[in-house]
Ligand binder design. Structure first.
Ligand code: GDR
Length: 333
């Protein structure tokens, strides 16, 4: 139900034009929030990526590296909730720009938390943490007490941002918390990520536009959930009485082989005829099994995934077939 104007809550989102930004905005709009995206001025036009909800969200132009600009945004907009989602989320790219990654991931969290503290509002703060922070795990599944052993610059930056958030909660009593999210996918996932790469190529093969899917390590395993479900957990975390961190994932581990086989099956195709392994796409240390133990989220937040792995991939394959048929998506080279 929509809230009346006087009680309408305001949410600020960084990273609003990304996959999670879309699903979170959609959720918050459905709950009657005023949704404002903090977007670099030169990327203002990227709000068009929000498609059907683009004209229902507001954009506040500011660089996430600009501490005084972020302070002004918080002062002016007086948000009830802030969701810090912005990150260069494709993990391998963080090796090319470790410092830029650190500044965007950790710097943004630090600047926003400082702004909330300075303005002195009761703003609730959500930090987008990642299962990548667990890295070289010695136990599976992982929960909120599993130690962090990050293995790449992206994960290290996320750990730093996470601890910065924890420090603000402990030292300044801010309502701040972190969702440690495992892989979460949707038809809006960019095609450099493995799920979307697979579903788009399956759709192209089905329509006779491609005849091959080059893939990396078929034995790599992940906990793949649906982005629409995971953003629901973000919101629920900020509605609790006490701020705490939560591991968010399905609790099911699947291999890239399972992913490929399932996606091809969704299009009635036999994957083994089309898939070729390209070792150039392999990543180091792929033997760690990142899979969630989401019991705390089930118990405290009443959160549960609504889509199975098969349903998620079916949804993505169908959408990619539809997009290719209507010409609304281009195939990557
Ligand atoms: P990930 O997602 O790095 O886990 O990070 P990605 O989809 O890129 O990789 C998942 C797994 O698939 C293996 N893989 C391939 N990956 C890609 N991209 N392309 C391939 O051809 C391919 N073949 C095999 C990878 O090696 C890996 O094991 C995502 C991001 O959303 C992060 O921002 C987020 O923090 C984590 O999930 C949780």
């Amino acid at each position: 139900m929509e809230q009346s104007h006087s009680e309408r809550r305001t949410a600020l989102i960084t990273g609003i034009t990304g996959q999670d930004g879309y699903y979170l905005s959609q959720l918050l709009l459905s709950k009657g929030y005023r949704v404002v995206g903090l977007v670099p001025p030169e990327r203002r036009a990227s709000v068009a990526k929000l498609g059907d909800i683009a004209d229902r969200v507001e954009i506040y132009p500011v660089h996430l590296t600009d501490a005084s600009g972020l302070l002004a945004a918080v002062e002016q907009l007086r948000p009830d909730e802030i969701y810090n989602l912005a990150a260069p989320s494709f993990v391998p790219s963080s090796w090319d720009d470790p410092l830029g990654t650190l500044d965007l991931v950790t710097g943004t969290a630090t600047r926003l938390l400082a702004a909330v503290r300075q303005v002195g509002l009761k703003t609730r703060f959500y930090q987008a943490s990642s299962s990548e922070m667990f890295g070289a795990v010695d136990r599976s599944p992982q929960d909120e007490n599993t130690p962090f052993r990050p293995m790449n610059p992206y994960a290290a930056a996320k750990v730093h941002a996470h601890w910065t958030m924890v420090h603000h909660r402990q030292r300044y009593s801010l309502f701040a918390c972190s969702g440690i999210l495992y892989n979460h996918e949707s038809p809006l996932r960019p095609p450099n990520f493995v799920t979307r790469k697979v579903t788009l190529t399956v759709a192209a093969i089905k329509l006779g536009l491609r005849d091959r899917l080059p893939i990396g390590n078929l034995e790599a395993k992940r906990d793949w959930g649906y982005a629409g479900d995971h953003v629901e957990a973000m919101w629920r975390m900020l509605q609790t009485e006490t701020p705490e961190d939560y591991v968010i994932g399905t609790g099911h581990l699947h291999s890239v082989r399972d992913l490929v086989a399932t996606a091809f099956q969704c299009a009635d195709l036999d994957w083994e005829r089309y898939v070729s392994v390209d070792t150039a796409l392999f990543r180091p240390d792929e033997h760690f099994h990142l899979v969630a133990d989401p019991r705390k989220a089930h118990q405290n937040l009443g959160w549960q995934p609504t889509l199975t792995f098969e349903e998620l991939l079916g949804k993505m394959v169908r959408k990619d077939i539809e997009r290719l048929q209507s010409g609304s998506v281009e195939l990557p080279r």
